[in-house]
Design a protein around this ligand. Structure first.
Ligand SMILES: CC(C)(COP(=O)(O)OP(=O)(O)OC[C@H]1O[C@@H](n2cnc3c(N)ncnc32)[C@H](O)[C@@H]1OP(=O)(O)O)[C@@H](O)C(=O)NCCC(=O)NCCS
Length: 152
């Protein structure tokens, strides 16, 4: 795999939508939501591009007047999991957040998502708040965050 991490472009919409379908089992974004993320001013999406095939993506949201960026969506194609791409993508997203002057990165994760929780913890994210009944199937979540200034 010769993967390049790059900023998403509006033309990536169809491929991102396909990736969303295979990477998540619920709480997926619609095409309209993805379009909005690709075109809105206060979001940045990075994609993992394997010679034209999208193998992962992550989206950050920024709020005017806030130094806290939010990891809004993040996934790797099932065929590419377990080879370090998730970590690589997350590290690149942290650099994007730092370039936007963010001092912290926050996220929400399903309480039953052991792989993602493990990755976030090993990358320095700490549990912040329990989110009862947070997902569409009633699953609880964790809000987590990581200070960025210390790692930048
Ligand atoms: C979470 C996700 C992005 C991780 O992507 P990935 O490319 O597999 O991640 P990596 O290969 O970088 O592995 C990250 C860590 O998890 C571990 N890991 C990966 N797959 C694992 C598995 N099936 N079981 C246990 N540990 C696993 C790796 O050992 C690695 O640990 P390390 O950083 O200490 O070496 C991916 O599993 C995914 O897309 N899941 C579905 C969508 C999702 O849950 N997104 C997050 C929403 S909050």
């Amino acid at each position: 795999m010769a993967v390049t991490l790059r900023q998403a472009r509006p033309q990536d919409l169809a491929a991102l939508y396909r990736l969303e379908q295979v990477a998540f089992s619920g709480d997926r974004f619609s095409r309209r939501q993805l379009w909005h993320l690709l075109n809105r001013a206060h979001a940045e999406t990075l994609v993992a591009d394997d010679e034209g095939r999208l193998m992962g993506y992550g989206t950050l949201l920024f709020r005017r007047g806030s130094r806290r960026a939010r990891l809004y969506s993040f996934c790797v194609h099932p065929e590419a999991r377990g080879s370090g791409l998730g970590r690589q993508l997350l590290e690149a997203l942290e650099r994007v957040a730092v370039n936007h002057d963010a001092e912290a990165l926050g996220l929400e994760v399903r309480a039953d998502n052991r792989v993602a929780l493990g990755l976030y913890r090993r990358m320095g994210f700490r549990l912040e708040r329990w989110l009862e009944d947070y997902y569409e199937d009633g699953c609880a979540g964790w809000q987590m965050s990581k200070p960025l200034a210390l790692t930048a």
